[in-house]
Ligand binder design. Structure first.
Ligand code: S5P
Length: 260
């Protein structure tokens, strides 16, 4: 049976990676396959939205380098919210340099991402060394890595053999737990897919982002988690009401899939 037709709970029970085990268990407990892309500019705004929307999400996705007043206390408070509301933290860093450099970027600097992010991601444009460099830092801490096998934006270049190479590298590296992309990529091991560019109506923004619906992504394409940003906190929106709507839409799309 394809992984897409199994429940999150049963996949979690069998999964070899501790982060994904924890993730599937969280998803099942909260009946949520929703990740919030919290692209806000200050510490106060990030903590506020994480606290309000936290009950409805399985993963909080951050871009810490857009927070103007980032400090250690933000990390401490985010970790406390992750424990309080039962979600994982995914720092969407999109590493893209040689192994030795990404190792320094992941473990050090101001952000020390490996100390607090359960999951991060990278482009494989430099070759497999980037995964090995990140793994040296992240593996001992029990972290997981996603590869950007595809992107959601118009004209993106991650297609064909480039996407296939991502899948090949993922299958062969235990530190890799899945992909950013639009669909399920492989049955060789249970590598998850998280999908950005999700809206309740298919549309796009002025800078190339393209939105597809939870049904397209979860039911039809077999992805595991929807990532939603402005659909939840965009101008004039009530983030709690929108998060509830997206959680329900994503979960129903999953129920329809496993009942097929
Ligand atoms: O291909 C991608 C990969 C990512 S991780 N396309 C994306 O949009 N993202 C991220 O998802 C992007 O950096 C942003 O944080 C989020 C989408 O936000 P939204 O406001 O368009 O929903």
């Amino acid at each position: 049976v394809s992984f897409s037709q199994q429940t999150y709970a049963s996949r979690g029970e069998k999964h070899a990676h501790p982060v994904i085990k924890q993730l599937f268990a969280t998803m099942e407990r909260k009946k949520s396959n929703l990740s919030l892309a919290a692209d806000v500019g200050t510490k106060a705004e990030l903590l506020e939205i994480a606290n309000k929307v936290g009950p409805y999400i399985c993963v909080l996705k951050t871009h810490v380098d857009i927070i103007s007043d980032f400090d250690r206390d933000l990390v401490d408070q985010l970790q406390a919210l992750a424990a309080k509301h039962d979600f994982l933290i995914f720092e969407d860093r999109k590493f893209a340099d040689i192994g030795n450099t990404v190792k320094l970027q992941y473990g050090g600097g101001i952000y020390r991402i490996a100390d607090w992010a359960h999951i991060t991601n990278c482009h494989v444009i430099p070759g497999e060394g980037i995964i090995h460099g990140l793994a040296e830092v992240g593996m001992p801490k029990g972290r997981g890595l996603l590869l950007l096998a595809e992107m959601s934006s118009k004209g993106m270049l991650a297609t064909g053999t480039y996407t296939d190479k991502n899948v090949e590298m993922a299958v062969n590296n235990d530190f890799v737990v899945g992909f950013i992309g639009s669909r399920r990529f492989t049955e060789e091991r249970d590598l998850i897919t998280m999908t950005p560019g999700v809206g309740l109506h298919a549309s796009d923004d002025a800078l190339g982002q393209q939105y597809r619906t939870p049904e397209q992504i979860i039911t039809e394409n077999g992805s595991d988690i929807i990532i939603v940003g402005r659909g939840i906190y965009g101008p004039g929106k009530d983030p709690v009401a929108e998060a509830q709507r997206y959680r329900e839409a994503g979960w129903n799309a999953y129920l329809n899939r496993i009942n097929l």
